[in-house]
Design a binder for this molecule. Sequence first.
Ligand code: NAG
Ligand code: NAG
Ligand code: NAG
Ligand code: NAG
Length: 294
Amino acid sequence: MVRLRLWEWCTLIFSLVCLLISIFNWSIVPSIYFNQVKKHLEFRQNKDYSYGYSTFMLSQPPINNVMRFFFFNVTNPDEMIYEGAKPMLKETGGYAVITHSVREILFDGYNDPLLSISHSQLIYVLSGILNGGDNIIPIPIPPMLKMGFFQGYNNTRDEEYLVNTGKNDINRLGEIKSWANRTSLPENWWSTKSARSINGSVVDCDLYLDSGSFCKMNLQKTDKLPFFQSFMCRSFTKTFLEETVVHSIPSYSYAVPYEDYDTTADHNIGFRYENVEKVNYYPNWPSCPELVIL
Ligand SMILES: *[C@@H]1O[C@H](CO)[C@@H](O)[C@H](O)[C@H]1NC(C)=O
Ligand SMILES: *[C@@H]1O[C@H](CO)[C@@H](O)[C@H](O)[C@H]1NC(C)=O
Ligand SMILES: *[C@@H]1O[C@H](CO)[C@@H](O)[C@H](O)[C@H]1NC(C)=O
Ligand SMILES: *[C@@H]1O[C@H](CO)[C@@H](O)[C@H](O)[C@H]1NC(C)=O
């Protein structure tokens, strides 16, 4: 029988402790980590009615969104409309033609004489008598009562989303089941089923694409991350862009690639603008006849 000396005992015990810690780290920690992440990601409400972490973040996004609006005056409208010229833009204050505050021009709207008269009771009655109910004003009148670029869109309330909470499968977190009580976009929005589909995850609703969206865990560079942006009236798919570092944590960043916007690509045929006015806007472009003569 071998008698161990004290330092040998110490080394042995120390080694055993190290081995146990290693086994623990190797077998238990990944699942503890996974469960912690899942617990924070999953959309849920606690027993005391408070929100889980991601639910809280979704309801109170921790971002300070600053929007800047630029106004341009098209200085060659006639050449543009009648000769298919490229629009010439000159940045302006926007309110130099008419006197209204930016607030009114953007969000609150102002009473535009044409809009007001067009939607007035008098025109309504006259249209009924003289024109069988069709508006007697011979140009299309927007269905808005006030003039404004984003009139009524401040403090915007988007439609209702029904999304996956990730409870049963955390990788389906945020996946949209329905938007505005529909599972795909209306037929008259886009011409193909694929363009009309409501794909992937909800985004933190905002006018912008740089708002947060939800995706699965353990992302790989090959992953494709679809999401739906109601203000753009369509879905997009983010793909791997680059490796980056956020707060000294190595990360992957994903972005909507150029191809998703490219309406000359066959898979985007549903997003093509039908050139109803039949103007060749790009006479110098060599090889895109289908873009011009639709
Ligand atoms: C915008 O351009 C037109 C020329 O098309 C010009 O008459 C008008 O004064 C310009 N308005 C502003 C605000 O620059
Ligand atoms: C935005 O909308 C709210 C009502 O939802 C209104 O009270 C407010 O004055 C509007 N305008 C701006 C510029 O915030
Ligand atoms: C949602 O749509 C279904 C049928 O597609 C309808 O039965 C239901 O009433 C709708 N719900 C709302 C809130 O509009
Ligand atoms: C939505 O997803 C389907 C299935 O993956 C795809 O065929 C379609 O092109 C996608 N639509 C958009 C607009 O990304």
